[in-house]
Ligand binder design. Structure first.
Ligand code: CP
Ligand code: NVA
Length: 307
């Protein structure tokens, strides 16, 4: 059974296939065509954290492809009403896909271990692979290529940064990461990233000006992720020099775009003039979540039915 728990689960060609399916279905969507590629399939959403984009884009994606979605709240009792093995085995009898948003990554791994349908990571503390696939779709649409570009991510390493780093490494995009030392990338992930066969460069620094130099894509995420609220004051202090503002943005390529997974905290990780300015593609990026989810669901359906 193929799941999507992290982008490390996919090789470069598989990511390309998902992007191609996503763009093809998006093109049809803009022409008013909604193919029922997942007719009568059911998608369960098991979410332990809030969501606008991930939840709604998956629900609309499966609906537009002819299937249906079920949003599961706390009352299903995941992790406390019965063993996860029973929970996962039973849920798989009803659903053709499960999208899960939770805290520790080991929880989604346990869900997938017992699932007989594909489990998709809708965000854990560690990774956010579906976000990165939509980001790659947005970058590819804008630049008409992926390889040879440079992404600069400034801020704290979190789920979005880790998945973006893996995605860039796998697709030949150079990745420059600027973080304070205390929010830097974990050494084991750094080693894993170095081992991916990629053409792009991988650069880590605590100097935001160096990282952003000549970047084609400048990327930000919130400094305080869901579940870290008690650290917000200390994070704001440590991360202040990493704010993306006009003077830092001037160091990027003049045709650079700004991306943010959203939700954003204007005045923290990015200033309003940048996120609401002409270089920002945040709304197109958010819209692409739905098109990328269609690619992910269709690809997983094919991958699991052809093997
Ligand atoms: N970017 C993202 O995953 O947004 P939500 O938290 O609203 O799903
Ligand atoms: N890093 C953020 C991403 C939200 C989509 C969080 O986990 O809250």
């Amino acid at each position: 059974m193929r799941h999507l728990l992290t982008l490390a689960d996919l090789d470069t060609d598989e990511i390309k296939e998902i992007l191609t399916i996503s763009s093809d279905i998006k093109k049809q969507h803009t022409e008013g065509v909604r193919p029922d590629l997942l007719k009568n399939r059911s998608l369960a959403l098991l979410f332990e954290k809030p969501s606008l984009r991930t939840r709604v884009s998956f629900e609309t994606a499966i609906g537009q492809l002819g299937g249906q979605s079920l949003y599961l709240g706390n009352d299903v009792g995941w992790g406390h009403r019965e063993p996860i093995a029973d929970f996962s085995s039973v849920l798989s009898q009803y659903a053709d896909f499960v999208v899960c948003r939770t805290f520790g990554h080991e929880k989604i791994e346990e869900l997938a271990r017992y699932a007989t349908c594909p489990v998709i990571n809708g965000l854990t503390n560690q990774f956010h692979p579906c976000q990165t696939l939509a980001d790659l779709l947005t970058i590819q649409e804008h630049f008409e290529t992926l390889s040879g570009l440079k992404v600069a991510y400034l801020g704290a390493v979190g789920n979005v940064a880790r998945s973006l780093a893996i995605g860039c490494r796998k697709m030949g995009i150079s990745f420059a990461l600027a973080t304070p030392e205390e929010y830097a990338i974990e050494p084991d992930l750094l080693e894993q990233l170095k081992a991916f066969p990629a053409n792009g460069e991988l650069f880590t620094t605590d100097n935001p000006s160096q990282a952003i130099e000549g970047a084609n894509i400048v990327y930000a995420d919130v400094w305080t992720s869901m579940g870290q609220e008690e650290e917000s004051v200390i994070r704001r202090k440590a991360l202040a020099p990493f704010q993306i503002n006009a003077s830092l943005m001037e160091r990027a390529d003049p045709k650079a775009i700004f991306l943010h997974c959203l939700p954003a905290h204007r005045g923290e990780e990015v200033t309003s003039d940048i996120i609401d300015g002409p270089q920002s593609l945040i709304i197109k990026q958010a819209a692409n979540r739905m098109h990328a989810q269609k690619g992910i669901l269709t690809w997983l359906d094919r991958a699991n039915h052809s093997s």
